[in-house]
Write a protein that binds this ligand. Structure first.
Ligand SMILES: Nc1nc2c(c(=O)[nH]1)N[C@H]1C(S)=C(S)[C@@H](COP(=O)(O)OP(=O)(O)OC[C@H]3O[C@@H](n4cnc5c(=O)[nH]c(N)nc54)[C@H](O)[C@@H]3O)O[C@H]1N2
Ligand SMILES: Nc1nc2c(c(=O)[nH]1)N[C@H]1C(S)=C(S)[C@@H](COP(=O)(O)OP(=O)(O)OC[C@H]3O[C@@H](n4cnc5c(=O)[nH]c(N)nc54)[C@H](O)[C@@H]3O)O[C@H]1N2
Ligand SMILES: [Mo]
Length: 758
């Protein structure tokens, strides 16, 4: 199933022209036409991701010191245009439509109504949202929160809110009395936060941007750069041009990782040439990465036995533990088992191992293709095994680089948004603010949804996001949201989570990052942390969508003040008047990482928070980097049974998570209503199906609940055998809450066993 980029199957019906190119320009134009943003949006885009401008709300990819003339991509532009639309979803829209009516609309149509403009309260008598005032909303929410047991309330965060907002949010939660602070990260890179930390002591990646200039091999696992972090294609293109070996493992041939036409290069745009990105592209079976990487490890160790000098013995002896166990395991596992579990042949894996054995500096990169599996943590640990063998962590040009999702999701963890009390600065908070922070474990996203389902969660406050629609098992869980005692949603656009109403329900609209945030001391900046642990200031300049909007810090402070007893050390109004004071609090809480935070806010390229593993200080239990042996070669932990397939849930190039911009998955050459299931043509024939036929998928995990999604049209696509793919969030009813990474509880969105019913 492999072929090199030169011999690319140009004629394949499955994808178009590589990423970038004119298609990406068309993609932006299309959304401009639909959203009709203010003309000033172009000025906004010009300073996007540059010092003094605002940091894009699309992906978390780093912002370089020396930005490109346009340091944004098709999807970053879409995100900004989507935010700065001229459409308004004001009280009039809600006066015309009941909540029940709105529930019948598509996700695209809900958000397309435009920006929320006024604070709204749900009125059960008429089944409509009605305009309210901020004062009434805060007082009402505060009164409800005071009635509830804090342990029965969840404060969810989606990864966009700034460091300043997030710090205030976690402080509020802990003063109120719980650690129930799950983040969208719990559905995403929690596998990294827990799994990577376990083996190298770092919950985040170890690379910085310069490393991509000095590596001679990149190993890419399950991250769709062309769609989800397109600005990363620039360093990849540079690396490919330098002759760096790029090898991709992905069941889907993603166009961006095949080749890239740089929209910033006039020459490439006019001549139509594109840079090949991956030298080798291996369509691993979903969940087959542990086995594939073990194959590489096995061959590297064989070469070491044959010639010596391949394993970095000095590094291994000084820095690691468990080498002999891994070696014994790799030897004892035969190629037949590796081939069966990975879906790749020995002949495909061996050359990659041989290149790796000779590469001077290699980086391992991954995304949701590794993290969202039952044994996601073990896949990451296996990638770490491979890197450690040759000392590929903690040297220039080497490292492990998880590509994070939401634009500040990594930063939210950094400033204390976590359900794990041991990761929160509890002693520090106690000393600074004079209260006793709760020490008990809070809920992950899975546990929060489970709590809503079984009634132990009574109140839910959401700082952004679309939790009830993004989580697993949605058909089972969503009805239970109606039974909550309190639901508060802080948001920019209308989505499904806002429509699962209960009697005490508020929908509070906030500013977007590109908008001017004017407070008592003047316009305020906020800050975020990117995937490579650099912190950037972000200043919005656009006129807010409505005079009635408030900033996220102001809304959090408003609710907190109405809920908590006064505390002279907790001066919400002061902090909201000057976010610099919140940054001072962050600096006091983590003085080593945030020294001179305000002074360094606009450092070009951001300021680096540092990373111990990068310096070969291993903050693991043993004080060493850990070689580990996986409990299973399969990320599912078991073989598929007869008639079962592995379902992978995908993002299209025309969505940001549950925000559906449109229906064109351009890079995959798919223009559909999204209700499709992809499978390879032979598999369609074997299953006795035909293209275009509507089928139902049924979850094959048996626990007494039937989980199904019907009306999916069979669509032929270039996928490995026994692999199906469908879109997220449409396919979420198929994923049981109980199916998640064993270590971190990240849902197994890339590894759900299903059956097909015609
Ligand atoms: N435009 C846009 N940008 C985004 C987002 C968006 O929705 N739209 N979402 C943001 C967020 S929150 C996140 S977390 C990131 C997500 O970015 P990614 O990490 O790229 O996540 P996905 O697109 O879900 O899937 C990643 C890839 O994994 C592959 N894959 C699936 N199963 C396996 C497997 O078992 N093994 C391997 N090796 N590969 C597999 C899929 O084919 C896909 O190419 O992007 C962020 N950026
Ligand atoms: N099947 C399947 N499920 C998945 C995934 C998958 O790959 N497959 N991926 C998972 C991943 S990686 C993630 S991160 C989650 C995403 O889960 P979430 O982060 O909860 O969901 P989003 O779709 O990003 O949230 C979109 C909403 O956020 C609000 N919003 C946008 N900007 C702002 C802002 O600036 N402030 C505020 N307050 N609100 C704002 C808007 O109202 C918008 O409707 O989904 C997860 N679910
Ligand atoms: Mo994510």
């Amino acid at each position: 199933m492999a072929d090199d980029a030169e011999g690319q199957r140009e004629d394949t019906p499955y994808y178009r022209e590589g990423a970038g190119g004119w298609g990406s320009v068309e993609g932006m134009a299309k959304i401009m036409a639909e959203m009709k943003p203010m003309p000033a949006v172009l000025d906004t885009l010009r300073v996007q991701n540059k010092p003094g401008g605002h940091m894009c709300t699309s992906c978390a990819w780093t912002k370089p010191k020396d930005p490109h003339p346009f340091e944004f991509c098709e999807n970053g532009a879409k995100a900004t245009i989507w935010d700065l639309t001229s459409a308004r979803c004001g009280p009039d829209v809600f006066a015309r439509h009941t909540v029940t009516e709105l529930l019948g609309w598509s996700d695209h149509d809900l958000e397309r109504q435009g920006r929320l403009t006024h604070p709204l309260r749900y009125d059960p008598a008429t089944d409509k949202y009605r305009e309210t005032t901020w004062e009434e909303a805060f007082a009402g929410i505060g009164a409800e929160l005071r009635k509830l047991d804090p342990k029965s309330v969840v404060f969810y965060t989606s990864g966009r809110a700034s460091l300043e907002t997030s710090y205030l949010w976690q402080l509020f939660g802990r003063m109120y009395g719980h650690n129930n602070m799950p983040d969208s990260s719990n559905m995403c890179h929690e596998t990294t936060s827990v799994g990577l930390k376990k083996v190298i002591g770092s919950p985040v990646g170890t690379c910085v941007l310069e490393d991509f200039d000095h590596c001679d091999m990149l190993l890419f696992f399950g991250q769709n750069t062309g769609t989800n972090s397109p600005r990363f294609l620039h360093p990849l293109q540079q690396a490919a041009k330098r002759g760096c070996h790029i090898v991709t493992f992905n069941p889907v041939r993603e166009a961006g990782l095949v080749k890239f036409k740089n929209p910033q290069s006039p020459l490439q745009m006019t001549l139509g040439s594109a840079t090949p990105i991956s030298e080798t592209y291996l369509q691993v079976r979903p969940g087959g990465d542990i086995a594939a990487i073990l194959g590489l490890v096995k061959r590297v160790l064989e070469i070491e036995d044959e010639e010596g000098g391949i394993v970095d013995r000095a590094f291994v002896a000084e820095n690691t533990r468990g080498y002999e166990e891994l070696r014994a395991f790799a030897r004892a596992t035969d190629w037949t088992a590796i081939e069966a579990a990975s879906g790749l042949t020995r002949g495909e894996l061996v050359p990659v191992a041989e290149t790796y054995a000779r590469a001077k500096a290699a980086i391992g990169i991954y995304g949701m293709g590794l993290t969202q599996h039952v044994h996601g943590s073990d896949s990451i640990a296996m990638l770490v095994n491979l890197l450690l063998l040759r000392g590929n962590i903690g040297r220039p040009g080497t490292g492990i680089s998880p590509v994070r999702g939401h634009s500040n999701v990594q930063g939210q963890r950094t400033v204390g948004i976590t359900e794990k009390p041991e990761l929160a600065p509890l002693d520090q908070l106690r000393e600074m603010f004079g209260f006793e922070p709760p020490r008990d474990k809070g809920h992950t996203t899975i546990e929060a949804a489970q709590g809503v389902l079984d009634g132990t969660v009574r109140g839910f406050l959401s700082l952004g996001g679309n939790f009830a629609h993004a989580i697993s098992d949605t058909a089972r869980v969503q009805p239970a949201w109606r039974d909550l005692a309190l639901n508060v949603q802080i948001a920019t656009k209308l989505n499904r989570s806002h429509l699962l109403t209960c009697p005490a329900m508020w929908l509070l609209p906030c500013l977007v990052r590109a908008e001017e945030d004017l407070q008592a001391t003047g316009p305020q900046a906020v800050s975020m942390e990117d995937s490579l642990s650099h912190i950037h200031g972000s200043l919005g300049r656009r006129t807010p969508a409505s005079d009635a909007l408030r900033s996220e810090p102001a809304i959090v402070a408003g609710i907190a003040k109405a809920t908590l007893d006064p505390n002279p050390r907790v001066t919400w109004d002061d902090w909201v008047g000057d976010y610099g004071k919140v940054r001072d609090l962050i600096e006091r809480t983590w003085p080593d990482q945030f020294a001179d935070f305000n002074g360094r806010l606009y450092t070009p390229g951001g300021f680096y928070r540092g990373n111990a593993a990068r310096d070969r200080r291993w903050k693991t239990d043993s004080g060493k980097a850990e070689f580990t042996v996986p409990p299973s070669l399969l990320s599912l932990g078991r073989e598929l049974r007869d008639g079962e397939y592995t379902l992978v849930t995908l993002r299209s190039n025309d969505q940001f998570n549950t925000t559906i911009y449109g229906y064109s998955d351009r890079l995959r050459n798919l223009d559909t209503d999204r209700m499709i299931v992809l499978m390879n043509p032979e598999e369609i024939a074997r299953a006795g199906l035909r293209e275009g036929q509507a089928v139902r998928l049924v979850c094959a995990e048996e626990d007494g609940h039937r989980r199904e999604v019907g009306g999916l049209r069979v669509t032929a696509y270039d996928l490995p055998d026994r692999c199906l793919a469908a879109y997220y969030p449409e396919a979420n009813p198929l994923v049981p809450l109980s199916l998640h990474d064993e270590l971190s509880k990240t849902p197994a969105y890339k590894g759900t066993p299903v059956r097909i019913e015609a």
